[in-house]
Design a binder for this molecule. Structure first.
Ligand SMILES: NC(=O)C1=CN([C@@H]2O[C@H](COP(=O)(O)OP(=O)(O)OC[C@H]3O[C@@H](n4cnc5c(N)ncnc54)[C@H](O)[C@@H]3O)[C@@H](O)[C@H]2O)C=CC1
Ligand SMILES: O=C(O)[C@@H]1CCC=N1
Length: 278
């Protein structure tokens, strides 16, 4: 039994809670600490979990998962640090925030506190998330493994170095939004071609699901899978040529670069705030 306290019941906090509940974690093992009372009540009812205060929620928690906005993480971490500083029970402090380093968390906790950084994505909600995890200076392998096992219950997990976290955030943290944008565009294009919107939505959604399953099947890579759809002189080749001449690859590379760069910028903003406090 692992007791998990989720601090911040927004979109990612809810995705984690929903995924854990779906995977069979008992509601009695999860507490939520959420600043907006109505939201806390909503989550409590929906997932049969207990809403509580930070001090009470952190008491005896094996894992404290911080899922507030990056700019709120420093203040929340300090409060978590105060709440667990005298505890004999060891808690792993996990941050799910973009652009907040393990070092910045560690400086706000008692010396030697184990910290693990996670970059999840919202597909945790349906148990299909993908998370990258890395440990801080004081976390041991067993801490990383404990967090890995929690995150594996809501999707796939890879272990990365902290230096890779900005790229991870840009690829899989933000990634679902890129696919949703493509789905929107495909649906709109289908409607433009005369399909009713509900039919275009069913087709685009089913296509995304099928393509995802084929990719995840692992037999053939994305290039080969695409060649398999592209009959010589056929419709797919005509469409792909337009996507390539429209700059799809370059746009994706630019987008991922912009997201990674924004993640680094957010990390610098936290460091500058730290310098101001010092
Ligand atoms: N939304 C996403 O797809 C992803 C988000 N993340 C990270 O997850 C974190 C949360 O993002 P979202 O869920 O999208 O934001 P959100 O704004 O939906 O949720 C944040 C929640 O924290 C609550 N909150 C704020 N201060 C609090 C406090 N002191 N105590 C308790 N609750 C407090 C807010 O009321 C809100 O419900 C961010 O750091 C983000 O970088 C990471 C990967 C993906
Ligand atoms: O947009 C963001 O900043 C968060 C982090 C990754 C996905 N959403």
């Amino acid at each position: 039994m692992t007791r998990i306290a989720v601090v911040g019941g927004g979109r990612i906090g809810e995705a984690l809670i929903a995924g854990l509940r779906e995977a069979g974690t008992p509601g009695s093992d999860i507490v939520v600490i959420e600043a907006v009372q109505a939201r806390a009540d909503e989550l409590a009812k929906k997932y049969s979990i207990l809403p509580t205060t930070l001090d009470i929620g952190c008491e005896g928690a094996d894992v404290i998962a911080i899922a507030v906005k990056p700019q709120d993480v420093p203040a929340v971490t300090e409060r978590v640090g105060d709440a667990i500083s005298d505890s004999v029970h060891e808690s792993i402090v996990v941050s799910l925030a973009a652009g907040v380093s393990t070092e910045s968390l560690e400086t706000r906790l008692s010396a030697g506190s184990p910290v693990v950084r996670v970059m999840p994505n919202t597909a945790m909600l349906v148990g299909q998330g993908v998370s990258a995890i890395c440990k801080g200076r004081f976390a041991r392998d067993e801490h990383l493994e404990q967090v890995r096992s929690i995150m594996e219950s809501v999707g796939a997990v890879v272990v990365v170095t902290e230096a890779q976290m900005d790229a991870v955030t840009a690829v899989s943290g933000s990634g679902p939004a890129y696919f949703f944008l493509l789905a929107e565009a495909l649906i709109d294009a289908g409607v433009e071609q005369g399909l009713p919107r509900d039919v275009a939505t069913t087709l685009a959604t089913g296509t995304a699901l099928g393509a995802g399953a084929m990719l995840a099947g692992g037999g053939e890579g994305p290039g080969q899978l695409r060649y398999n759809v592209s009959s010589p002189g056929g419709t797919t080749a005509a469409a792909i040529r337009r996507l390539e001449s429209g700059g799809l690859r370059a746009a994706v590379a630019d987008a991922v670069e912009a997201a990674a760069s924004r993640s680094r910028e957010m990390a610098r903003a936290v460091i500058e705030d730290d310098d101001e406090i010092d």
